[in-house]
Design a protein around this ligand. Structure first.
Ligand SMILES: Nc1ccn([C@@H]2O[C@H](COP(=O)(O)OP(=O)(O)OP(=O)(O)O)[C@@H](O)[C@H]2O)c(=O)n1
Ligand SMILES: C[C@](O)(CO)[C@H](O)COP(=O)(O)O
Length: 379
């Protein structure tokens, strides 16, 4: 028995939203397609069907370890191209699998292959467990008996000559290869599918798939919390830099750099979460090259350091403590600027202010203090 695995990955993944087609996107550190191919290691010879524009990407990712076949305009055309490529080979059984199902358990594949000993076709599926409704204009218009209904998965397995003939005879437009096989009169056994074997279809499916992978690898989430605190004294001047925004004021802030007290607190919070010291360790105040430096250089460095260590910024919260200038009118612009520098969504960054009720050095308007908290989430 010689087995071939056809992995169809020539679609454009339009429902998964913007960016690269889903099979090329990152899933827990590696492209989806690399993980799908890996799931079939040792099962048989592997053919990967790609969009003609993606052949270069395929060579880079998979090299000579698989046979690359150019896909068609529909899934079934893509499958047929690969089946035709196998004609004349010694292949006796084929498994046809979606490139967008990277988490297929080996037990599902084994069950499909073994069912082919007794039926010409076999495919995994899960029974529908929820109640089913028909809907019209947002209202329930009727119910549907769920008895005997299944959610179809892949790999769908067939004896090679049967499925090649079935595809050649099919008029096109089938949702899957079971439909093609049944049109040709082949019987197809249902074997137990698996909830992990989801098809990445919409953007949130990436997070579901990633959670399953993490659980499989026994990984727990590495969440880090960091805090930062900074103070700068006022001096002569007509503006201050706060969280990357130039704010007119009757004084300036004194410092070796641009004295952006909020950005310094946030930068230190990131270094703190990474156990990487503080700004002074990375940008020594004794080094003249940082004299008058724009503080975004420090924040960008800290954010990139976090990324290089496998962390993303979960959220950041900065509080400025001063009587004046008034921060409220600038807070949104400040949060947006910090988010831009750190390369995170603006909704994950907060800037707010408080006075110290005229108490202490901030109350006497001798300077501004800032505290910041950040969470880093390990990949
Ligand atoms: N012309 C096509 C269309 C789809 N597929 C593959 O068939 C599988 C299942 O299809 P689907 O999830 O619908 O993928 P896309 O067609 O890429 O997605 P969308 O419909 O959202 O564009 C995917 O691995 C996809 O790459 C293919 O090889 N050739
Ligand atoms: C083949 C399939 O994966 C079975 O569930 C599915 O039909 C293909 O994807 P699509 O979303 O229906 O295009």
């Amino acid at each position: 028995m010689t087995v071939a695995v056809i992995i169809v990955a020539a679609g454009r993944g339009t429902r998964a939203g913007e960016g690269l087609p889903k099979q090329w996107r990152d899933l827990a550190g590696r492209p989806v397609l690399a993980q799908t191919v890996e799931a079939f290691a040792g099962v048989g010879r592997i053919l990967v069907v790609l969009h003609p524009d993606d052949m270069g990407l395929g060579m880079d990712l998979l090299g000579g370890s698989v046979v690359l076949v150019a896909g068609g305009a529909t899934r079934s055309e893509s499958v047929k191209n690969a089946l035709e490529a196998l004609e004349g080979s010694d292949v006796t059984r084929v498994l046809i699998h979606d490139g967008a199902r990277p988490l297929v358990p080996a037990s599902v594949t084994a069950a499909v292959l073994s069912a082919l000993d007794t039926t010409p076709g076999a495919a995994p599926a899960l029974p529908v467990t929820d109640a089913l409704w028909r809907g019209e204009n947002g209202l329930v218009a009727g119910t549907q008996d769920r008895e005997g209904l299944y959610r179809a998965q892949t790999p769908q397995g067939f004896r090679f000559p049967d499925i090649l003939a079935a595809h050649r005879a099919h008029p096109g437009g089938a949702a899957d290869d079971v439909e093609v096989a049944r049109h040709a009169g082949l019987s197809v056994a249902i074997v137990p599918g698996h909830e992990d074997n989801l098809k990445i279809t919409y953007a949130p499916d990436f997070a579901r798939a990633e959670a399953i992978l993490r659980e499989r690898k026994g990984l727990t989430m590495d969440v880090r919390l960091g805090n930062g605190y900074d103070v700068h004294a006022f001096c002569e001047g007509d503006h201050v830099w706060l969280c990357g925004v130039k704010v007119p004021h009757t004084k300036a802030l004194l410092g070796h750099s641009d004295a952006d007290v909020g950005m310094h607190a946030l930068t230190d919070a990131i270094y703190g979460a990474l156990a990487e010291g503080d700004i002074g360790r990375h940008f020594p105040p004794t080094d003249p090259q940082w004299k008058g430096a724009a503080s975004w250089i420090f924040l960008e460095h800290a954010a990139k350091l976090a990324k290089s260590k496998g962390f993303r910024i979960g959220n950041a919260d900065v509080t400025l403590i001063c009587e004046r200038p008034k921060v409220g009118p600038h807070a949104i612009a400040m949060a947006a600027e910090l988010a831009r520098i750190m390369d995170v969504e603006p909704s994950r960054v907060s800037v707010k202010a408080t006075t110290s009720e005229r108490l202490g050095f901030t109350g006497r308007e001798e300077g501004i203090a800032s505290i910041a908290t950040v969470t880093l989430i390990g990949a």
